[in-house]
Design a protein around this ligand. Structure first.
Ligand code: AMP
Ligand code: ZN
Ligand code: FE
Ligand code: FE
Length: 288
């Protein structure tokens, strides 16, 4: 089984619409794809339709922004019930905070680059969770830099003068919300130090104690040594490991299917989530 459980679409900062991400995954011969847009489930319906048509299984998910005092932490939530009010409200709060933060980033950027909110809106798909990649696209459109990567390297890098934080729950709070909604919480790229501070082993253990179900180990931002360490830690803590691409369409170098999750882990996630995996040929069965 070939399963890639972490992808982004135009519902957040990917460059392909949700249906196109699913169709590309099917065309590559993947058996399972997870759609995990930042702080939203906006792409689920279109992705579900595409999965049924393209004959690939779909795990509906989201990548939830959280932070500790020290670190920004991304939590993947799989198969949570989108009708759960507490989680839905938290995601909406995150999107609102991101809009406010985008305005503040633009305010800082405009002194040097003359960037406006209208220019950012022009490159942000309708309904998308706004993020730094959209500001990057607007700067690219103005000719300030070549591509997203160049903007992140020189202007919008983590901890830089234009990287404004925004309100988000702690990882433990987000795990409680995910579990309350029947979702399966997995920490995304836990050792990706290039993105800034990461959690230590003790902090990860503390999250497992409150219900963290898995660690995303195979991810391009992890070195071989980091993967080996995380695999050992997962075994020690009794949680599963996943692998995924963190695909963003043409917005990043990550290629769909470049890292994969084992079949038995996909089955564990399917067995624990409140929503069913959407399987081809089983229309309308996605809600128990
Ligand atoms: P934000 O969520 O608004 O803080 O923006 C972070 C997002 O930017 C993450 O989803 C990353 O995948 C994306 N990102 C980080 N670095 C880069 C890069 N060098 N090129 C393109 N996208 C990036
Ligand atoms: Zn992203
Ligand atoms: Fe992430
Ligand atoms: Fe991601």
């Amino acid at each position: 089984m070939r399963a890639d459980l972490h992808t982004h679409s135009t519902a957040s900062d990917g460059t392909l619409p949700p249906g196109a991400v699913v169709r590309e995954a099917a065309a590559l011969g993947l058996d399972v794809v997870g759609l995990t847009d930042h702080d939203t489930v906006h792409g689920w319906a279109e992705a579900a339709q595409a999965a049924r048509e393209a004959g690939i299984a779909l795990i509906r998910g989201a990548e939830i922004s959280t932070r500790t005092r020290r670190a920004s932490v991304h939590l993947l939530s799989y198969l949570h019930d989108d009708a759960d009010q507490a989680l839905a409200a938290a995601l909406e709060d995150a999107r609102t905070a991101r809009v406010r933060r985008a305005h503040e980033m633009i305010r800082r950027l405009t002194e040097r680059y003359d960037l406006t909110w209208a220019e950012v809106q022009a490159v942000t798909p309708p309904g998308a969770t706004v993020g730094r990649p959209h500001l990057a696209d607007a700067l690219v459109a103005k000719g300030v830099a070549r591509d997203r990567d160049a903007v992140f390297a020189s202007i919008l890098y983590n901890g830089g003068p234009f990287d404004v934080p925004y309100d988000s729950p702690t990882p433990a709070r987000a795990i409680a919300l995910i579990l309350g909604a029947g979702g399966v919480p997995v920490i995304a790229h836990p050792a990706a130090g290039r993105r800034g501070a990461t959690l230590g082993d003790e902090e990860l253990a503390a999250l497992v104690a409150v219900g963290l179900a898995g660690l995303e180990v195979d991810h391009r931002d992890h070195t071989a040594a980091e993967r080996a360490h995380l695999r050992g830690l997962a075994r020690e803590l009794g949680v599963f490991v996943t692998g995924s691409s963190d695909y963003h369409g043409s917005g990043k170098l990550n290629r769909l299917g470049e890292n994969l999750t084992a079949a038995d882990v996909v089955e564990q996630i399917a067995g624990r989530g409140r929503l069913l995996v959407i399987r081809p040929g089983a229309p309308g069965e996605e809600r128990p």
